[in-house]
Design a protein around this ligand. Sequence first.
Ligand SMILES: Nc1nc2c(ncn2[C@@H]2O[C@H](COP(=O)(O)OP(=O)(O)OP(=O)(O)O)[C@@H](O)[C@H]2O)c(=O)[nH]1
Ligand SMILES: [Mg+2]
Length: 232
Amino acid sequence: MPKIIVTIPTWNESLNIKLLIDEILALKNKDLEIVVADDNSPDGTWKIVEEISKTNKKVHLLHRVTNKGRGLAGIDGFKKAMELGADIIVEMDADFSHHPRHIPELVNSLQNADVSIGSRFKIGGYDKRGLKRRVLTKGSNAFANIVLGVNLTDPNSGYRCYKREAMGKIVDKLKAPGPDIVQDVIDKCKINNLKLIEIPIDFQDRERGETTKTFKDFINGAVTTLKLRFSR
Ligand SMILES: Nc1nc2c(ncn2[C@@H]2O[C@H](COP(=O)(O)OP(=O)(O)OP(=O)(O)O)[C@@H](O)[C@H]2O)c(=O)[nH]1
Ligand SMILES: [Mg+2]
């Protein structure tokens, strides 16, 4: 069976991370492992993962102490998964917005694609957040589609699944330090002609822990998207 590695970037997710790891392991896939890429979170998220990893060899901690950032941690998580011999790499958030129950479907859909994306807006999917966040995401999605030349219902979704070969083609080219990593990945997929497929997901707002997302992140995402397009 292919080896699946689920990568999770974390910043202050002490209220979520153990629950999430338990849910992922409850999928009972013996070929599945987890890499948590934590930026030395002040709330001790990394200590929780370190403890779990001592008794469960399927759980790996990437304890980052320099270059904090959602994107940089995500890239390091991908590299670690490649090093560990992943055939398939999943990336997801730690706050249960991305529920682990979608992992099997994302993995199975790679039979017809190089990369699969969990979409909040494909028919059958659902975005349970408030109107303001939905409108911002939809606007940002439309912008990414036009500028990067893709046609996806949710190009900004951070719930994704990659074949090893696909990840091998893009990982060394990724540079975005922050949440703009989602657009960077789409740009590299497009440049490398990777086949993308979308799977509807139920997306819910975080219930525990605090948001790190600011309006500045949305602006920065748009600026990065333009820079990516014009540096092709
Ligand atoms: N390693 C690392 N992870 C981060 C950083 N910032 C955010 N994350 C993680 O990236 C994922 C997405 O971040 P969120 O804060 O949930 O961002 P969001 O989903 O856009 O916004 P909310 O859910 O409203 O908070 C979560 O697992 C965070 O813990 C960071 O600087 N470093
Ligand atoms: Mg979130």
